[in-house]
Design a protein. Structure first.
Length: 187
């Protein structure tokens, strides 16, 4: 790529590389490292016209959960992620893949691919960069999540509008905007 004077490197990271994930410290730490490494590499390769895309998907419906957190190598989980209320807002894998392809085709630097409420967190961090507020939100969520795990219950999310309505546009348009469930953000 350097000899050719152009190219693209696509790295699959995670929203957990932007916002620390409670009960996922090792995962978040590794994703923060990915962001640091490829952010520095992007600057080093800029003069060669080599683009680096950091793709940051949020929760995605996949079979990964069937093979993790079970405790035995040959055993799989009986949990169906499509029927778990806690996973109701996870993005379908095909939709995520399509949006990653859009990011690649447009040579973007970073994309966030998730449904709300997950997509709200990186926006809050970007536009309201108040570390104490983010730390408090993360800590509050972690306490609730740990309590639910310790009690052996499932955790449920209550959804509401993630953005304030814009009074300058019609009620119908505001409703359409609130139904948008995915976004690609250029940073």
């Amino acid at each position: 790529m350097m000899e050719r004077g152009e190219g693209q490197i696509v790295v699959t990271s995670s929203l957990s590389g932007i916002i620390p994930t409670p009960v996922g410290s090792a995962y978040s730490g590794s994703k923060f490292a990915v962001h640091g490494f490829f952010g520095a590499l992007r600057a080093e390769l800029h003069s060669y016209d080599i683009n680096i895309l950091l793709a940051c998907p949020g929760p995605v419906i996949s079979n990964v959960g069937k093979n993790s957190l079970v405790g035995e190598p040959d055993k799989t989980s009986t949990l169906d992620p499509t029927k778990d209320p806690m996973r109701a807002n996870d993005m379908p894998t095909a939709r995520c893949a399509r949006l990653l392809a859009v990011g690649m085709a447009n040579r973007l630097d970073e994309i966030w691919v998730a449904r709300h409420p997950y997509l709200s967190y990186p926006y809050l961090k970007s536009y309201l960069p108040v570390p104490a507020l983010m730390r408090r939100m993360t800590t509050t969520f972690a306490k609730r999540r740990m309590k639910v795990i310790m009690e052996g219950k499932k955790m449920h999310f209550r959804l509401g509008p993630s953005l304030k309505c814009d009074p300058s546009i019609s009620k119908e348009k505001n409703q359409q905007y609130s139904q948008i469930n995915c976004c690609i953000n250029v940073v």
